[in-house]
Design a protein around this ligand. Structure first.
Ligand SMILES: NC(=O)c1ccc[n+]([C@@H]2O[C@H](COP(=O)([O-])OP(=O)(O)OC[C@H]3O[C@@H](n4cnc5c(N)ncnc54)[C@H](O)[C@@H]3O)[C@@H](O)[C@H]2O)c1
Length: 357
């Protein structure tokens, strides 16, 4: 068995669907030993670290059905509606109440029920249990709240993982602040394990490599988690810009490209349907088209990538690296400070883990 380093103490900001799948996954894989038997994980051991080396030490939310509860109960409380994958035993981590700020939008204000319990001093709470890595899983429209938690990480001396599309790692001013504080920062907007954007880019690249001239393509999603509703109100436009730009880089010429989220369908629960349409011309301009649907459940799609990111950030901490860690950000996030082609990002990440950079 590879040698393990010390436990990684993590705080979760936002105990929503993504946090639920992540916590369930930690328990699900905790006894796994053999790489080959770990279906669904990209890496069992990673830089000498196993998923069981990730320890949730603190969690923050605002919903009355989660605040004050043990994390094992809070992750299954409404409005969370992702899959129950496994029973989670008592964690002895009580979900604390943080400030609401802009955490709740117009569309989600009837879904999230704000707790009356007093707010905790978040930086003090992080320090009290020795948190090393703060993972931001707030709704994508929570710009102020995400930045507020980044500030708390700075005060408490923690690394920050920004899984949301709020620009923090890709914002030069924030990057400088983490650099000055000698703390690692990675983000923004986590890439899914079975990602629609990655699949779309891969298909387009494959076709264009084979001489197909793509003329038009779109990729649109519908989902039923609270996050899809928040996206509909607050981040659909920005997500569309980020995803469309990213997809356009897969083609060496200009084509009509649209990519982004589209709508909320409540009965889908946490399921997500991603639709792909690709039209092009091949030999002698004969037309071809692809009409495809990818069906996933949203929250488990972040689990394997988060396991890798947190372990990679621990490696950055051990090496005393500071500021934005580009190899982690480019490998695992849709909007890093510098976009890289998939193969370049994979290589930069592998080199980082093996210590070749
Ligand atoms: N596959 C994925 O799930 C995936 C992939 C990439 C990025 N992300 C990002 O992860 C984030 C979380 O996604 P989700 O599906 O878990 O969302 P969610 O809506 O299920 O969870 C958000 C949680 O944040 C809580 N919250 C709201 N305001 C708060 C505040 N001020 N302080 C503390 N908690 C607050 C809510 O009560 C809720 O529990 C989103 O920004 C999403 O874009 C998720």
């Amino acid at each position: 068995m590879p040698k393990t380093l010390s436990k990684i103490k993590v705080a979760l900001v936002g105990v929503g669907n993504c946090a639920s799948a992540f916590v369930q996954g930690l328990h699900y894989y905790s006894d796994s030993e053999r790489e080959k038997e770990c279906i669904g994980l990209r890496n069992l051991y990673f830089g000498g670290l196993h998923p069981r080396d990730i320890q949730i030490a603190a969690a923050f939310d605002v919903d009355s059905r989660k605040v004050g509860k043990d994390l094992s109960e809070a992750i299954f409380s409404p409005p969370n509606n992702t899959l129950k994958l496994v029973d989670v035993p008592q964690t002895n981590v009580t979900v604390h109440k943080g400030p609401v700020l802009d955490g709740i939008g117009e569309y989600t204000k009837n879904i999230v029920q704000v707790s009356n319990l007093p707010e905790i001093n978040v930086a003090d709470a992080l320090k009290a249990v020795g948190v090393e890595v703060v993972v931001n899983l707030l709704p994508s429209g929570a710009v102020k709240a995400s930045r507020w938690y980044a500030e708390q990480a700075l005060i408490a001396g923690c690394a920050f993982v920004n899984a949301t599309p709020v620009f923090i790692a890709s914002d030069a001013a924030w990057a400088k602040r983490f650099e000055e504080a000698k703390l690692p920062l990675v983000g923004d907007d986590l890439i899914d394990q079975v990602g629609a954007t990655t699949l779309h880019k891969t298909l387009l690249k494959l076709l264009s490599m084979h001489g197909v001239r793509i003329t038009e393509t779109y990729q649109l999603d519908v989902g039923g988690g609270t996050e899809s509703l928040d996206t509909l109100e607050r981040t659909r436009d920005v997500k569309r810009i980020v995803k469309t730009k990213s997809v356009e880089t897969a083609l060496p010429y200009k084509a009509d490209v649209v990519a982004g989220s589209t709508d909320y369908v409540d009965f889908l629960q946490n399921r997500r349907d991603s639709y792909f349409w690709i039209k092009g011309l091949y030999f002698c301009k004969v037309p071809m088209q692809i009409d495809l649907r990818l069906s996933t459940v949203d929250a488990p799609n972040a689990g394997s990538v988060l396991f890798d990111v947190i372990r990679a950030v621990k490696i950055a901490l051990n090496r005393k690296l500071k500021g934005v860690i580009l190899p982690i950000s480019a490998y695992a996030f849709k909007h890093p400070p510098q976009l890289m082609p998939i193969e370049t990002a994979e290589k930069a990440f592998a080199d980082f883990i093996s210590g070749n950079v």
